[in-house]
Write a protein that binds this ligand. Structure first.
Ligand code: XMP
Length: 515
């Protein structure tokens, strides 16, 4: 079997919002790439044994006190280094060139003119559009370097030293606004670092199956299955490796969408043929949630009960030693870019949060993958698109979309309204382009008129957002006709609703879910 990790590119993170994107672009070139913080001990870099290193951008200035600096040892490893934006300035600084403040911050598109097309800029052609975002610039090149590209505002927009195989770019090749960015990164990883394209999902699949087989042997594995992308891919993958030694547990917490429990079970049983244990714990969850209106309390109760139910089922199965779960690469990157606020905004609960006090060995086959790679892997495993392209659904389910008291009746109203929203969004062909689209049942009643009668009934709010990762989001400008159709259908078809409103808030300052 080909070693998918034989050629690796290391991305050192100096705090750029694009760091993850750099690693993803390299992986799209079928070369394995990992991100480490800029100050990672040198020994760890040596052990990783990369074939090339990319220094990310970042918000700092190299000449400021306390500016992030990586171990200069990386330049003695005899591997090529590509510095992007701050990474280029740092390289210049460390090799005793001069970095200064640009007269004007340069932000946005610029045309690049090539001075040397024999290395990273090979095959680009003059006038290609690149994306700039910097306040500092290179004033004097370090010894051994020459200018390989310039723009109207940046006389040194790209530099290189072929002898030592060191390159710097003032612009960002990883963002789509840089038209030939992929070509530049390909030049670096293939031509300059000499990597070959070994990181394919097919080879990752073979590699994972081998690994899981070796680790598990004849023992047993359990996993919590929600029907979402990550847990379905994990369960299918592990089942490919160890077959009937895996039992997947699907807990119906009574907070699922219309027809969801049945749909997921059918898919698992008929298409994916997994060994599934279905637990209907709806009554238990709804009882525990009776009279609870505080969103954090709802979340805590659901998280706690989920673990209880899961543990009870696991005991019944008895012999499992391993727990498989869908931890993804963004959850494990020790990155300096995404230092979120330390205050808990919402306690998130999902099936990934299980094992804190459970006595299992973990199997986390997706630890190295980004979300889009998980989908490709899912495709490789013949998981239907219907699952692979599902919009995210929160662990606490409809409990945080029925605002206030959760009752069977209110859950029913929300389920019916939500089903109409999804049906119409899908009919319009928008489902895949939207991060999430759903209905929320508000805890207020309003006056309406139906026929000649006064009504006093519920309000449904519609929420539809675009997002890259759920961290920030914007509301979708849905066509008026579609909004009209959804509203009409909900008011006509769902008894107990006489008003529909559309949520036009972005995150921040709002959040995606209402609770
Ligand atoms: P917010 O509402 O914080 O949501 O903007 C961001 C994303 O996370 C999802 N979400 C959750 N997912 N357990 C989950 O597994 C939770 O408790 C939870 N709360 C919110 C939400 O649907 C959105 O995609």
């Amino acid at each position: 079997m080909r070693d998918i990790h034989s050629d690796k590119i290391l991305v050192l993170d100096f705090g750029s919002q694009y760091t993850q994107l750099i690693a993803r672009r390299v992986r799209e070139a079928k070369v394995y790439s990992e991100i480490m913080p800029y100050n990672v001990p040198f020994a760890k870099i040596k052990k990783f044994n990369p074939k090339g290193i990319i220094l990310s951008g970042g918000p700092s200035s190299v000449y400021q006190k306390g500016a992030p600096i990586c171990s200069p040892g990386i330049f003695n490893l005899n591997v090529p280094v590509l510095g992007i934006c701050y990474g280029m300035q740092l390289m210049t600084h460390l090799f005793e060139g001069k970095v200064g403040r640009a007269e004007k911050r340069e932000y946005g598109k610029a045309e690049l003119y090539i001075d040397d097309d024999t290395n990273v800029l090979e095959g680009l052609g003059n006038g290609t559009v690149v994306w700039m975002s910097h306040g500092d610039k290179i004033e004097t090149l370090p010894e051994g370097f020459s200018t390989i590209g310039h723009t109207a505002n940046s006389p040194i927009a790209a530099m290189g030293d072929d002898q030592r195989r060191l390159y710097g770019l003032q612009f960002h090749p990883e963002v789509v606004h840089t038209h030939n960015g992929t070509k530049i990164l390909h030049n670096f990883v293939y031509n300059i670092c000499g990597c070959s394209a070994t990181w394919t999902m097919k080879s990752f699949l073979d590699y994972s199956i081998e690994n899981i087989k070796r680790k598990v042997g004849r023992r047993h594995v359990i996993c919590a299955l929600s029907g979402g992308v990550d847990s379905t891919v994990v369960a299918t993958l592990v089942s490919r490796a160890v077959g009937g030694q895996l039992t997947s547990i699907f807990v119906n917490n009574g907070l699922l969408r219309k027809g969801e429990a049945e749909k997921v079970q059918n898919m698992i049983n008929e298409t994916l043929h997994l060994n599934l244990r279905y637990v209907d714990a709806s009554d238990l969850f709804l009882k525990k949630l009776e009279g609870v209106t505080d969103p954090e309390k709802k979340r805590k109760i659901i998280g706690r009960e989920f673990i209880r139910v899961f543990e009870k089922e696991a005991k019944k199965i008895g012999k499992a030693e391993f727990l498989a779960q869908g931890t993804l690469y963004p959850d494990v990157i020790e990155s300096v870019s995404f230092k979120g606020p330390s205050a808990t905004i919402k306690t998130h609960h999902n099936v990934g949060g299980l094992p804190t006090k459970m006595q299992f060995d973990l199997i986390e086959p997706l630890r190295e993958l980004f979300k889009d790679e998980v989908r490709v892997l899912g495709k490789e495993l013949a998981i239907p698109d219907e699952i692979l392209w599902r919009q995210p659904f929160p662990g606490p389910g409809l409990a945080i979309r029925v605002l206030g008291d959760i009752t069977e009746e209110r859950l029913y109203i929300l389920r019916e309204a939500d089903a109409i929203v999804l049906e119409e969004i899908k009919r319009e062909g928008l489902y895949k382009d939207i991060w999430q689209s759903f209905a929320v049942l508000l805890p207020v009643k309003t006056v309406g008129v139906m026929g000649d009668e006064r009504t006093y009934e519920n309000v449904i709010a519609l929420r539809a957002v675009t997002s890259m990762d759920g961290m920030t989001a914007d509301w979708v400008k849905l066509p008026y006709e579609l909004l009209g159709r959804i509203s009409n259908r909900i008011i006509n078809e769902v008894k107990g609703v006489n008003r529909v409103v559309y949520d036009i808030s972005s995150k921040p300052p709002s959040t995606i879910e209402w609770e």
